[in-house]
Design a protein around this ligand. Structure first.
Ligand SMILES: Nc1nc2c(ncn2[C@@H]2O[C@H](COP(=O)(O)OP(=O)(O)OP(=O)(O)O)[C@@H](O)[C@H]2O)c(=O)[nH]1
Ligand SMILES: [Zn+2]
Length: 355
């Protein structure tokens, strides 16, 4: 195995040289548990601990290593390394840390692509797909939409779902698969690139674990669960959050990833709702709510059908959640009220126009 097989590339190597980290080894963090890390190198997997210096200079949680990070290490025992430095991260998936207002927690780093998994049964929701797209766009991770459980719907139903999806989602490839009939799984495997890092996003029950097992070709989750229970209280050396697939792709799947929310994804809205945001910037009215105002570019675009109205409502909702997340409590109360009025106005306006 070479470092490149774990996703290492020239930019990281240049950084290592620039920072005079040549005397250290290089590894990638594949698991994190209460400040204990598993670091994978070309030779093996080590238990890693950060050096005191790194701990003292860390001013926030994101200064600590995360799953997916490249780190400079030195071996101090047969299976143990000290972590001296964290390499700059190319992409970061993070979320609001529990209990600490305003502080972010890194879920994983250096991910190239995210599979946004959604089941085509009751779970199917383009709104939710737009949410996950926004998370990806915030994190600079490239999205790939996967519609799963297509064995549960007819060909015609699936075609309808895909075409309605195409109307609102323009920037991401869409794949349809079934873990049950295995339809589309080969095609999915084909698009997975060697040495690129992937993650799985999507609600509970959409089939992420089942898919991962198919990709890995084994019943991974069960194996992990067994070794975890027999290792209770100790560092769980058998628990991996990063997996290398047969074709060389790398998948990160950790518990935190499954709880990432929109509140944490401010900047991505502009990319997900590119047309809407671009238009709203062109609106000539100051303080326009872009909902009912005559002469507003957005209102006009909605009427002409240039913008999908469901997409627009979803955008308003997410924009508001974003602001909610960024504002203080007092501001929030006022904004909630204003927003309530705004949505009401918008819907009233739409109704009136229909009549
Ligand atoms: N019919 C059908 N069922 C599926 C398919 N994929 C997964 N399932 C079933 O859906 C259920 C949930 O699948 P999981 O893989 O555990 O879902 P998950 O996304 O990992 O869920 P969390 O672990 O809660 O995040 C299981 O009972 C699977 O057998 C599929 O393609 N078709
Ligand atoms: Zn306007």
């Amino acid at each position: 195995m070479r470092l490149e097989d774990l996703g290492y590339h020239t930019e990281l190597e240049n950084y290592r040289k620039d920072q005079n980290l040549d005397s250290f080894g290089v590894g990638r963090v594949i698991s994190e548990h209460k400040e204990r890390y598993i670091v994978k190198t070309t030779e093996k997997e080590y238990d890693g601990e950060i050096i005191g210096n790194l701990r003292f200079s860390a001013s926030k949680r994101s200064d600590f290593p995360a799953v997916g990070d490249w780190v400079a290490i030195s071996e101090y025992d047969e299976d143990k390394v000290l972590i001296h430095a964290v390499f700059p991260r190319q992409t970061i998936i993070e979320r609001q840390s529990v209990g600490k207002q305003g502080e972010k927690q890194i879920i994983a780093s250096n991910i190239d692509y995210a599979f946004i998994v959604q089941a085509v049964d009751r779970d199917f929701s383009i709104n939710r797909i737009e949410r996950y797209l926004t998370i990806c766009n915030t994190s600079k991770v490239k999205p790939i939409v996967i519609l799963n459980k297509i064995d549960l719907v007819s060909e015609a139903e699936l075609t309808k779902m895909i075409s309605s999806l195409h109307e609102r989602v323009h920037s991401a490839p869409i794949l349809a698969i079934s873990n049950e009939s295995h339809k589309g799984i080969e095609e999915l495997k084909q698009i997975i690139e060697k040495a690129k890092t992937y993650c799985l996003l999507g609600s509970s029950g959409v089939g992420k674990s089942t898919l991962l097992n198919h990709l890995l070709g084994k019943d991974l989750m069960r194996t992990a669960a067994i070794s975890e229970s027999s290792n209770r209280g100790r560092h769980i050396t058998s628990h991996r959050e990063m997996h290398i697939l047969e074709n060389g792709g790398i998948i990160i799947d950790n518990p935190g990833m499954r709880e990432v929310g929109i509140a944490d994804s401010a900047s991505g809205l502009e990319i997900t709702f590119e047309t809407i945001v671009a238009l709203s910037k062109r609106c000539k009215f100051k303080d326009c709510t872009h909902t009912t105002e005559t002469g507003c570019v957005l209102v006009a675009a909605l009427e002409s059908g240039e913008i999908d109205s469901l997409s627009y409502e979803n955008y308003l909702r997410m924009e508001r959640e974003k602001e909610h997340f960024e504002s203080t409590v007092a501001e929030r109360r006022k904004k909630d009220k204003d927003f309530g009025k705004m949505i009401k106005n918008y819907k009233k306006g739409k109704k009136n126009k229909k009549n």
